[in-house]
Structures are given as C-alpha cells and as structure tokens.
Design a protein around this ligand. Structure first.
Ligand code: MG
Length: 233
C-alpha cells in the first residue's frame, strides 16, 4: 500500500477534509499481541524478519515524505531489558539505519510505547545516538503490558514525547495476555495528572484518541474521550 499514488491520493483526501495527519504509523506484518508470541513477532526485535522490516519502515518514511508528514511511528518490540542480550546490538544498528533514512527526509522516528520498559526505551535511544528519535506515548499500552505507570514514565522519557495516543486500559491479570483496553476514563490511566505533566515536559503535540474496537460503540467512546480530555487541555 505504500505507493506514491496512494500517498498523493491520501494527501489530497486529507486536505479536502481538513484532516491533519500527525504521524505515519508504519505497521509491520505478522505481530501477535501477547507476552508469549509477542517477543518473536513484534517490530524490529526478531532477527529473522528485521532486515525486511527495516526496508518497510524506510518505505513508510518515503510515503510520509510525499504526504508532508514529519515522522514515522512503529512498535520496535520487546527490546531486551538486558543490554548484554545478543539480540540487542543488531537491534540498535537497525534503529540507527531507519533513523538515518528518516533524517535525510527531515523526519523523526518515533517509538510507540508498549512492549519495553521506559528505561529500556531510553537506553536504546542513548545507544543509537540518533538525534531524530522520539516517543509516541500510548499511556494505556504501558499499563496493558504492565511496563509502567504512564504518569511516572514521564520522569524517564518525558522529554522525548512527540505524540500521544489517548487510550485507556487495565493491567494484566495473568502472565500470558495483555490487560484489557477500556473506554477512556474507565481504565487506569490518570489523565487529570498525565496531561498537565505532559505540558510540564514541554509537550505541545496532538492527543490522538485511540479506541481499538469498531462500530457505533467506538464512536460513542471517542466522543466520551473528547468530553473528558477537552477540559484538561
Ligand atoms: Mg497506540
């Protein structure tokens, strides 16, 4: 789908409908969103699919350049907590390669939070040494994956947050499956604390409401999220 024609058509459609595209989320095929199969299927972490996925991310960057969008975003995956893990150095090289490609187009490369702890994400930024890396904070993901309280996570990665997915959820209740995503306001993300803290961290970007269901209930939940978030902004 990442063709020049599609990019041009999308750009026109967005302009015609006054839609601002905040980032180009570049998905990587065949991901399993749980603790058992996730580490070997998600993002740039699995070595077997890493090269292919680096190429896809570069294509995403090229697509975003045509759109005039200044960043791409992805889940990098279950980055090893142990920096001595043999998987880690190759992963850092892959991040560097994608970041370099993005830099040439004047773009940033954003990691969406979820599978890694905030300190591991920070270490990967430091080790990659690229200056155009940023965080797309999905506070609910930090909870669904049991990786951090998102309000506290800002002490570690706050200055890197460039985009936010406004989503909510619960912590995992077993060691195999993620916690449950919830309508905003019904989960564990403390938005009345999170939004002012994001501002103190210097964040001035978009809150992109994300509700991972479909149908009329999704629309209802998004409207509910607007009602909750608007007074906080
Ligand atoms: Mg998200």
């Amino acid at each position: 789908m990442l063709t020049e024609d599609n990019a041009k058509q999308l750009k026109r459609t967005a302009q015609d409908n006054s839609v601002e595209i905040t980032t180009m989320w570049t998905g990587l095929p065949v991901a399993v969103w749980n603790f058992i199969d996730g580490p070997r299927t998600i993002g740039l972490v699995p070595p077997e699919t890493r090269n292919e996925r680096v190429q896809i991310l570069k294509k995403g960057s090229d697509f975003a350049r045509i759109l005039g969008v200044g960043s791409i975003t992805t889940h990098v995956g279950f980055i090893p907590e142990n920096p001595g893990d043999p998987i880690y150095p190759g992963l850092v090289e892959a991040v560097k390669e994608v970041a370099k490609h993005c830099a040439k187009a004047g773009q940033e490369f954003w990691f969406e939070t979820g599978q890694e702890t905030p300190v591991t994400l920070l270490r990967t930024f430091e080790d990659s040494g690229a200056e155009n890396l940023g965080v797309n904070l999905d506070p609910a993901n930090l909870i669904l994956y049991g990786k951090a309280n998102p309000v506290d996570a800002l002490d570690i990665i706050g200055k890197y947050v460039r985009g936010v997915h406004a989503k909510d959820g619960l912590y995992p209740t077993n060691g195999r499956e993620l916690g449950e995503e919830m309508p905003l306001g019904k989960g564990k993300v403390n938005y009345p604390l999170l939004i002012p803290k994001l501002k103190r961290c210097g964040f001035r970007g978009a809150l992109t409401i994300e509700r991972e269901i479909s149908g009329p209930q999704q629309i209802k939940d998004i409207k509910r999220a607007i009602r909750i978030l608007t007074p906080l902004c």
